[in-house]
Design a protein around this ligand. Sequence first.
Ligand SMILES: *[C@@H]1O[C@H](CO)[C@@H](O)[C@H](O)[C@H]1NC(C)=O
Length: 274
Amino acid sequence: MFEVILSETHHSLKLTKWGQTQLMILYLLVSGTCSLVTVLQPPVIMSPLGRAVVLQSNLFLSPDEKMLAQPVLYWDHLKEDSDNGRLWPSSKKYKSRVALMDSNEDSFNKSILLKNVQWDDSGQYLCKLSITTERKKFRELGTPTLLMVYDSMFFNITAHEDPLLCCEVNVTRDPAVVLSIYHEGSKLETGDSAPEEAAAALPYVTLSKSVHVRGGGNYECQLHLNADLITNSSFQYNPSGVEVFPEPWPLYGSLLLVPITVLLGLIIVQKCRS
Ligand SMILES: *[C@@H]1O[C@H](CO)[C@@H](O)[C@H](O)[C@H]1NC(C)=O
């Protein structure tokens, strides 16, 4: 017998560090003398399946550049042909799932929201802006953002004789995505099950790790993209099986109070009569 406590947390958009350094470099460049128009996108973003994700893009202009008109915004999913793959202005396919994050068209923040993310959505997204300045009219491209998708994590005992703790998650295929299991904070050597050949056609891969549980305590499975924690799941293992329930003292107390009051009442009645 063992006691199970499962918990799962999601960390979408874990790539905030990127933004800060890139923006700082950019501000330094923009504040310099060279004239500059840049569309900045993060290189990679991970989204839980079925959730909404923000595809970020920001326009930067150096002070000597003046726009004569509002830039025209396009967002494309590069996997698809240009008719189907246009998120903004939305093609039929994306109409109900895409919204601008900042509806003020003067804003330089050109991020969009993609709702109900599906496996099919994984891939490269490119933001393009048609810009008219005093000097010229041109189209400025960002650098594509790779959207990766992951499903909820399974982390549980699979064999009860010699308990095997198994962690499994479906995620967009990428060598930078790694699954690992920890016991009381230290990383464990794990057995991998090789992904099946037949699954090669799927848009995701099932990552799987397992360990033989040796001691009780807290086990944790973590999904990382390089150094960033994407999602994790915990498992409490208690091999003794002694279930410890806290004693409900307040309940006992209140239960005892009933006969005591009745008894007191009776005594008082007896005393009065005699
Ligand atoms: C642009 O908007 C998005 C979504 O509202 C936000 O997460 C991001 O931080 C903004 N970028 C900048 C540079 O302000």
